[in-house]
Design a protein around this ligand. Structure first.
Ligand SMILES: *[C@@H]1O[C@H](CO)[C@@H](O)[C@H](O)[C@H]1NC(C)=O
Ligand SMILES: *[C@@H]1O[C@H](CO)[C@@H](O)[C@H](O)[C@H]1NC(C)=O
Ligand SMILES: *[C@@H]1O[C@H](CO)[C@@H](O)[C@H](O)[C@H]1NC(C)=O
Length: 401
């Protein structure tokens, strides 16, 4: 059996065997036969790599410490002869600068995140795929990949820069925990992109509340990549071969320990994605400690192999038809401002090898698809918050389509 089983193939496999599944399963519980169960077990053996050590989080997630050279990424056909890069060859200038927003604003602080234990040297934490994950894919495939802007039930707000070759970008994002139902999601995202339509290359990072993806309603770190506009390539986190994990203690899909409260502490997190100038790999640096979680190898990409033409910051929500749309951000509109609305701040881009303020063009590049329900301010500049904007909205019954 070939070891290159992608999540897309799994969806096909699961839906093929699902034809026989009874319709008498109640929500959150699907009755499956012994044969179907055996088939799921067989799939899990292929997806999950042998663990040197197992780390269970207090949220019930299981991370397997997998031999760094045998991690799922290397099942990707384009990464067969990939030479692992243990650390970037250089850091962008400014990466380690402290954000004035965290230093100066008394009710703004970083949200804690990370595994309490590290994996042993030579191994990396990879979230274990469990049987319930495969069953949820069958029940709710929409939550398993981002949607194109025009998809029904999907709403978004974005501020963006375009047209210049970029080699990375960063931001601080306020972390909230909007209430979503089982079929919905609500997230805040930074996109690094090149190409469009079926050639869209996209790397995404942010927070998400997505029951289909994670089986709960917590706010988690997420990443996504695609090289064909969400057709056949890419996936969230390490759910298909692609992302190379190098950190031993910070993994994709982890829960943010602290989320913001309206009129309370505003918990934020820092995300930076940048292209290593010598290898062309796209690195993910995360939190104010600049933990280098890992990278997306240059060889995965077509248009993003050399540069990004777009950097976007914003948010997305989704609801299946017939339900009220979920809140975005804190659930408040940006007009409510500080301590009430969710925000991005410290927006920066990398033109060559330095994190710098974005060009003033940014101030006018904005897309809001349903301003009655969700909105984002234009980017503004202020000493404490640097380049920032507020975004969000309550959603509701007439926002879906
Ligand atoms: C999350 O789910 C738990 C358990 O199902 C529930 O008690 C809690 O109210 C939910 N929280 C939110 C913000 O939806
Ligand atoms: C963040 O959450 C963790 C886990 O619940 C808690 O121990 C810690 O005190 C919180 N930090 C702050 C600054 O509130
Ligand atoms: C940036 O990427 C585009 C699309 O792949 C490519 O055509 C262009 O030559 C690249 N520019 C630079 C300066 O690398």
């Amino acid at each position: 059996m070939a070891l290159t089983v992608s999540m897309k193939m799994l969806i096909l496999l699961v839906s093929a065997i699902s034809l026989a599944w009874g319709s008498h399963g109640v929500e959150g519980e699907t009755i499956i036969s012994e044969e179907e169960d055996a088939e799921l077990e067989r799939q899990l053996k292929i997806i999950n790599k042998p663990a040197i050590k197992v780390i269970k989080t207090h949220y019930g997630d299981i991370y397997d410490c997998v031999d760094i050279n045998k991690q799922p990424a290397f099942d990707h056909p384009l990464l067969k002869n990939h030479k692992i890069q243990m650390r970037p060859t250089s850091f962008p200038k400014g990466l380690f600068d402290k954000a004035s927003s965290v230093e100066e604003a008394s009710n703004v602080m970083p949200s804690e995140i990370g595994l309490k234990n590290s994996c042993p040297p030579g191994s990396v934490p990879i979230r274990r795929t469990q049987k319930e994950d495969l069953i949820r894919i069958k029940q709710n495939p929409t939550g398993f990949q981002p949607l194109i802007d025009s998809a029904p039930g999907h709403n978004f707000v974005k501020n963006y820069v375009n047209n210049v070759p970029y080699h990375g970008a960063g931001a601080w994002i306020a972390v909230y925990n909007p209430t979503v139902s089982n079929g919905q999601f609500s997230n805040a995202v930074m996109w690094i992109e090149n190409g469009d339509g079926n050639n869209l290359n996209s790397i995404q990072v942010g927070w998400t509340v997505n029951h289909a993806l994670h089986g709960d309603n917590r706010t988690r770190l997420f990443t996504y990549w695609t090289v064909d506009g969400y057709q056949k390539t890419g996936c969230f986190d390490t759910r298909c071969p692609g992302f190379v994990q190098v950190s031993t203690d910070t993994a994709l899909g982890l829960v943010f320990e602290n989320t913001s409260a309206i009129d309370g502490t505003q918990y934020i997190t820092k995300v930076v994605i940048y292209q290593d100038l010598s290898t062309g790999n796209w690195w993910l640096s995360f939190t104010e400690d600049n933990v280098h979680i890992g990278y997306w190898p240059k060889s995965l990409f077509t248009d993003l192999a050399t540069n990004a033409s777009y950097v976007k910051w914003g948010a997305e929500v989704y609801t299946p038809s017939g339900e009220a749309s979920p809140p975005m951000g804190s659930g408040r509109l940006p007009s409510e401002g500080a301590n009430k609305a969710c925000f991005f701040n410290g927006l920066q881009v990398i033109y060559d090898s330095e994190l710098t303020d974005p060009s003033p063009l940014l101030l006018t590049r904005r897309k809001i698809d349903n301003p009655d329900c969700y909105d984002a301010d234009e980017v503004k500049h202020f000493k404490v918050l640097d380049y920032y904007f507020f975004f969000g909205g309550p959603g509701g019954p007439n926002c879906g389509n």
